[in-house]
Design a protein around this ligand. Structure first.
Ligand code: SF4
Length: 200
């Protein structure tokens, strides 16, 4: 069994926070273990909790459509959430729950080592762009330690709001050139102090 599968087995029985009491299935995430891009959403919803898979409800279908616009299939990317168990009634995750669950996500990233991390929505954005507002920074990227971090709206928020929908569609289209940039970073591997924040 791979280290990632082993990690996901541990997540499935995790009791670190109250959300363990409510889950039908934990939703660790899924995708290739060597994925170049990792999408990180907020938390599982009802469909995800039932199936133990991320982004399988209407927001997931929309994410699939967005990926198709840049010729990607979900099987080519890793999809995870900040929180691995569904909060009751889909309420917002609590700070203590985010703190308790974060090490799982960090271990996933360590094992997958993606070239690009795309945050979907404000909870995952807050981890990598602390203190920022999603309405201001969506569609912008930061290079840090050889990885490109890119902020987008959550597909669930954008699904029914025309203006957000346009934004998320436009932001998705910037991913291929950012990924090309990320591949260049790995190939040229400049020293970390030369990696500066940039906007697209
Ligand atoms: S939400 Fe995360 S920290 Fe809480 S029980 Fe589930 S896996 Fe563990």
């Amino acid at each position: 069994m791979s280290a990632l599968s082993e990690l996901h087995k541990q997540i499935a029985v995790c009791q670190r926070c109250e959300l363990a009491k409510y889950r039908t299935n934990a939703v660790p995430g899924e995708g290739p273990e060597d994925a170049e891009i990792m999408f990180i959403g907020e938390a599982p919803g009802w469909h995800e909790d039932q199936q133990g898979r991320p982004f399988v409800g209407p927001a997931g279908k929309f994410l699939d459509e967005l990926l198709a616009t840049i010729n990607l299939k979900r099987e080519q990317v890793f999809i995870a959430n900040v929180i691995k168990d569904r909060p009751p009634q889909n309420r917002d995750p609590l700070p203590a729950e985010i703190l308790a669950c974060r090490p799982w996500l960090e271990q996933q990233i360590e094992l997958i080592r993606p070239r690009m991390i795309v945050t979907l929505g404000r909870y995952s954005m807050a981890m990598y762009f602390p203190g920022k507002s999603i309405s201001k920074i969506h569609g912008t990227a930061q290079k840090r330690d050889g990885v490109i971090y890119y902020a987008m709206y959550h597909p669930a928020a954008a699904l029914h709001q025309q203006s957000l929908r346009r934004s998320i569609e436009e932001d998705m289209l910037k991913i291929p050139s950012l990924l090309a940039e990320a591949r260049n970073i790995v190939e040229s591997e400049p020293p970390p102090q030369q990696l500066n924040m940039f906007e697209v």
